[in-house]
Design a binder for this molecule. Structure first.
Ligand SMILES: Cc1cc2nc3c(=O)[nH]c(=O)nc-3n(C[C@H](O)[C@H](O)[C@H](O)COP(=O)(O)O)c2cc1C
Length: 191
């Protein structure tokens, strides 16, 4: 896992937002709004684009090819992502694109996973209520990135969402947008 981005300041970033009900969301809605206000990254709301969940693979692959840094932003659902992201990965990261012969199309691109979680950070450790760290739970994403030749960056986590105050959420949104834009080194913020 890489703490620091090696991409240039002009790197193009695609944020794939995967929330089945963004209107009813508090955390992901605010994070997404911050990105959209700044206008420096491409925001791709997967459930809005594909309400019928029929994914246009060629369109998604073209989007990936046009960007250098890819972000998967989602609420943690049963220690993983909402199901549309799994379907998207199964179909879009296909043989000859993300792996196998000629499957080098994602090589050198960065992957950032950004999650919100109901449980508090302290619960995600050995002996805690959720037993495993976020890093451990996100391993399938990390190894997917590795296998596709991508550079897996430190995940961005908003935990204990019900205890996050409005002020804290504003700070999260600023830090998130800065991180996604390559302007913030997360290892220096303690996030
Ligand atoms: C189906 C479902 C499964 C969930 N599973 C988890 C979980 O495994 N771990 C966790 O910390 N929170 C879990 N939550 C809580 C959500 O992560 C939390 O509500 C969400 O991050 C809040 O973000 P939002 O305001 O953008 O909706 C789950 C929520 C739902 C609806």
């Amino acid at each position: 896992m890489s703490n620091r981005s090696n991409l240039s300041a002009g790197a193009k970033t695609l944020v794939v937002v995967v929330h089945p009900d963004l209107k009813a969301s508090r955390i992901n809605k605010r994070l997404t709004a911050e990105l959209e206000q700044r206008g420096n990254v491409t925001v791709h709301r997967l459930y809005d684009v594909y309400p019928d969940e029929k994914i246009d693979v060629a369109r998604e692959q073209a989007l990936l090819l046009a960007h250098d840094r890819i972000v998967f932003q989602f609420p943690l659902f049963w220690y993983s992502a909402p199901s549309l992201l799994k379907k998207w990965l199964d179909e879009v990261f296909e043989l000859g694109f993300a792996h196998g012969k000629n499957g080098d199309k994602l090589h050198g691109k960065e992957l950032i996973v950004a999650i919100s979680s109901g449980g508090a950070q302290s619960m995600f450790q050995a002996g805690g209520r959720h037993n495993y760290s976020y890093s451990e739970l996100l391993r399938p994403f990390q190894q997917t990135a590795n296998y596709a030749g991508m550079i897996y960056r430190q995940p961005f986590v908003v935990s204990g969402v019900r205890e996050v105050s409005d002020e804290e959420l504003e700070a999260y949104a600023r830090n998130y947008a800065d991180y996604v834009e390559g302007k913030l080194d997360l290892s220096k913020t303690g996030s």
